[in-house]
Design a protein around this ligand. Structure first.
Ligand code: NAG
Ligand code: NAG
Ligand code: NAG
Ligand code: NAG
Ligand code: NAG
Length: 426
């Protein structure tokens, strides 16, 4: 059962009294104290002296720094104090010293001295308290057993405070790139991904000044997002410059590139560069291309891009313009012919008025014969030769046709076929 607070004080008084009674000069230290670099630590200490003495001065020194010649890291009689060493005891019995922050270069044996009023009252406690300073230790286990960490590996990172032991175990936090991400002694990824790459450190939860060395997790992977971009365009003029660029994300970066021109059955390795540069694009260079990016973890193909050769001015445009010009000429000529034909057709029909009966079953085929010798009216330059052909119309159509013929109405009842001889386009 724990004594209550009043009882504790009473017990301490009793201990003090026993010290006084025994007339003993004594300092009690904890022989060794362990601390993590960057944390703060208390070196616990108690001291005893004969009854009647009154403590005047308290001092702390380091064994390696001439405490016996009067060099102190803390001295109640001096105004020149380091803020790192703070006396948290008193002038009665508690001589504890707090050190904040702890650094490797202050690892030493710490010794307490006190001075009382009487001429003989100087006491330096034999022994001392040895301060051990450690770093937080990290360890990385890659259960997949590779040298490097690769996407998909199982990775475990653990933090350890070597001051811990027995029942003592520290509470840790983990930081990624300086941001707190997890409380606990370890981080574990069953299936690590590139986004887990980063600089990790652990700290003691109770001392945010502590930090382990950086654990750099660099998750490697084969090429991803391999793609081809084309400048200036996938529609290419013959003779122009075209640049295909292969881009890919990979860790470590892409080590080599291959270019393929994929045509019906053959695949040609073109070049080992991230850029494929056509300085004078030829008709034959048109086609489908892809790139392949490779690093030590693998290869990835891009999708295919198709370079289309654009209709090119010197060849195609001239043909197109010529064709357009011909069409216009043809249209004009046809229009003129058509006028002439109607004119001639009317003339041709007149003498046949006598044998209307024959005409009932007649279709006119008009054959314009060019005759360039006759000038003036272009229409008269053509003799119209009328060819009669008998076609069996049914009765109804016969009468329809008769009506139209009789009334000398339009040409609708006739079927004309016009053959144009070459050479008439001029
Ligand atoms: C000495 O004083 C410090 C600070 O007041 C305290 O934390 C520590 O427990 C004391 N030690 C003893 C032995 O009383
Ligand atoms: C990790 O640390 C290395 C070396 O200190 C540094 O070059 C890198 O930029 C750091 N990475 C991040 C994500 O902060
Ligand atoms: C990269 O590829 C992955 C699949 O492999 C896809 O999910 C992601 O959106 C791609 N990223 C970009 C920027 O294209
Ligand atoms: C491709 O080029 C890279 C550097 O440009 C070189 O390291 C690599 O060996 C080349 N690969 C092949 C297959 O030529
Ligand atoms: C990439 O494409 C080339 C050409 O089509 C083919 O030979 C190769 O096997 C492909 N590589 C991969 C990894 O798919």
């Amino acid at each position: 059962m724990y004594p209550e607070h009043g009882n504790l004080t009473w017990i301490l008084s009793l201990l003090l009294l026993s010290g006084v009674l025994s007339n003993e000069w004594k300092v009690e230290y904890q022989p060794s104290v362990c601390a993590v670099k960057g944390s703060s630590v208390v070196i616990p200490c108690s001291f005893y002296y004969p009854k009647g003495e009154k403590v005047q001065e308290v001092k702390w020194g380091q064994e390696s720094k001439d405490i016996y010649k009067g060099h102190f890291i803390f001295d109640s009689a001096s105004n020149n104090q380091s803020s790192r060493f703070q006396y948290i005891g008193d002038k009665l019995q508690n001589c504890s010293l707090k050190i904040n922050p702890v650094e490797h270069n202050i690892a030493d044996k710490y010794i307490f001295r006190f001075i009382t009023k009487s001429p003989t009252g100087q006491w330096t406690g034999t022994g001392g308290s040895t301060l051990k300073i450690v770093d937080l230790k990290t360890s990385v286990t890659n259960t997949s057993g590779h040298g490097a960490t690769k996407e998909g590996d199982s990775v475990n990172v653990t933090c350890r405070n070597s001051c811990d032991g027995g029942d003592v175990s520290s509470a840790f936090i983990w930081l990624k790139n300086g941001e707190s991400i997890h409380k606990g002694p370890s981080l574990y990824w069953r299936d690590i991904s590139p986004s887990n790459s980063g600089n990790y450190t652990c700290s003691l939860e109770a001392h945010n000044g502590t930090t382990s060395r950086v654990v750099n997790i660099n998750v490697e992977y084969g090429p991803k997002n391999t793609s081809v971009s084309v400048r200036p365009s996938t529609e290419v003029d013959v003779g122009s410059n075209v640049i295909l660029t292969c881009s890919s994300r990979a860790n470590p970066p892409v080590e080599n590139y291959s270019w393929f021109k994929v045509d019906e059955d053959d695949v040609i390795i073109v070049e080992n560069k991230s850029e494929l540069h056509f300085r004078e694009f030829s008709l034959a260079a048109g086609g489908r291309y892809l790139c392949s990016a490779t690093n030590k973890h693998g290869s990835q193909n891009s999708t295919m891009v198709t370079l289309k050769v654009k209709a090119h001015f010197p060849y195609i445009s001239i043909i197109a313009s010529a064709a357009a010009a011909l069409l216009i000429v043809a249209a004009v000529v046809i229009a003129v012919r058509s006028l002439c034909f109607r004119f001639n057709e009317k003339r041709a029909r007149e003498p046949e008025a006598d044998h209307v009966g024959d005409q009932q079953n007649t279709v006119y085929l008009n054959w314009p014969i060019p005759d360039n010798s006759n000038e003036g009216n272009p229409c008269e330059g053509e003799q119209i030769e009328t060819v009669y052909t008998n076609i069996d119309f049914n009765t109804k159509r016969k009468s329809d046709m008769q009506q139209q013929m009789d009334s000398h109405s339009n040409d609708e009842g006739a079927i004309y076929s016009m053959l144009q001889f070459p050479g008439s386009y001029s």
